[in-house]
Design a protein around this ligand. Structure first.
Ligand SMILES: [Zn+2]
Length: 368
């Protein structure tokens, strides 16, 4: 039984947390964890660390890490029509944005990302085929002119997708305060990396494990693992496990677009062998594989060499054995992602199995 409720995952997904603006997510996580952990610490950059003491004999320390921030837009200019011009904070594909709803600034003002209607696109000059760039897009908050818009929104404020969390293909409503269902497709924003945050929280909210458990919820991952670079200084653990929401490109795409296999929804948590910025040590990877096999937990490999995670930030300053485990997310970094709860729960199950075996962990990190 998971200690996570549907309501908690909904709040995590819907909370506003662009890079450098993670306060609402941090407050939510800290409040939820407070009754379950021995210490909570926030560093000057905004990284949140929670510590839960182990019940074991040894002094093994394992850290889980997940990033709190999500890709976002931020306001760069307000024009004479009262429209907001934007730039991206993190990797955003402009062609997924046109026509989508957003929430702007601390007041969460509703807005719409504008794009010319198809009737007015001039077919004879290829405009209908033009791929929008971020600088082509504007946010319409319904302001009549610059003055009206500037009264509500300031340059530099963030705009985030106005996506409600929900379940796909369910006839009946899911009870919000009941434990999160074991299976089913969920949709929402910021699954990268609130699903990682939720997985770490599930471990901390559950019964104590033999080892001391540290969970580091980082800031600014999406703009170059900057929170992890700062938090690495304080990291003093025997093993680090990075928890992510990762790319799932398992559907046929537009004709003539190159496709590459990554992960498949429903095939279990994805284990990284290597990505664009980190190579997982063979001993750590083999330990994860052995544990999954011993407990009959499904897993898949993430396609090598794509993307990067906080592993590279922590790894730059600390020599810590590190594993990377992810929940596959379709349409990642877009307005709405889709994930399979079975993959998410299997990831938590694998983490529990790894952390429960103190002797095997001690052997892995050379402490036995
Ligand atoms: Zn991520």
């Amino acid at each position: 039984m998971t200690p996570l409720t549907t309501a908690l995952l909904r709040r995590l997904s819907e909370a506003a947390g662009g890079p450098g603006n993670e306060g609402a997510v941090r407050d939510l996580i800290a409040r939820a964890l407070h009754p379950h952990v021995d210490a909570l610490h926030i560093d000057a950059m905004g990284n949140l660390t929670a510590i839960k003491r182990g019940r074991g004999e040894g002094d093994l320390r394992v850290a889980l890490t997940a990033h709190m921030d999500e890709v976002a837009l931020f306001i760069t200019e307000i024009d004479s029509n009262g429209l907001l011009h934007v730039a991206a904070s993190g990797g955003v594909n402009a062609r997924t944005l046109a026509g989508k709803g957003v929430l702007v600034g601390p007041e969460q003002l509703p807005g719409v990302i504008g794009w010319p209607p198809p009737h007015l696109q001039r077919h004879n000059n290829d405009e209908s085929k033009r791929v929008p760039k971020i600088e082509d897009l504007v946010i319409d908050i319904g302001a009549a002119d610059k003055e009206a818009a500037a009264a509500r929104v300031k340059i530099g404020q963030q705009a985030l997708f106005a996506t409600r969390f929900g379940f796909l293909g369910r006839d009946q409503a899911v009870a919000e305060e009941a434990p999160l269902p074991q299976k089913g497709r969920i949709k929402g924003k910021a699954f990268d990396d609130r699903l990682g945050c939720a997985a770490a929280m599930a471990l901390l909210m559950g019964p104590a494990l033999p080892c001391d458990l540290h969970a580091i919820f980082t800031v600014q991952e999406e703009v170059g693992v900057r929170g992890a670079l700062a938090a690495a200084e304080m990291l003093a653990v025997d093993l680090l496990l990075v928890l992510e929401g990762t790319v799932c490109d398992d559907l046929p795409g537009p004709v003539d677009e190159p496709r590459f296999p990554t992960t498949r929804l429903g095939d279990g948590p994805a284990l990284t062998q290597r990505d664009g910025s980190y190579v997982v040590q063979a001993a750590v990877l083999q330990h994860l594989l052995r544990t999954a096999a011993a407990h009959g937990i499904p897993y898949q490999f993430k396609h090598p060499n794509a993307g990067g995670t906080d592993a590279s930030g922590f790894g730059r300053y600390r020599a810590t054995p590190t594993g990377i485990l992810s929940t596959p997310c379709r349409y990642i970094h877009g307005p709405v992602a889709v994930a399979e709860l079975g993959d998410f729960h299997a990831l938590i199950q694998l983490l529990r199995a790894v952390l429960a075996d103190e002797a095997a962990l001690a052997r892995l990190v050379g402490r036995s």
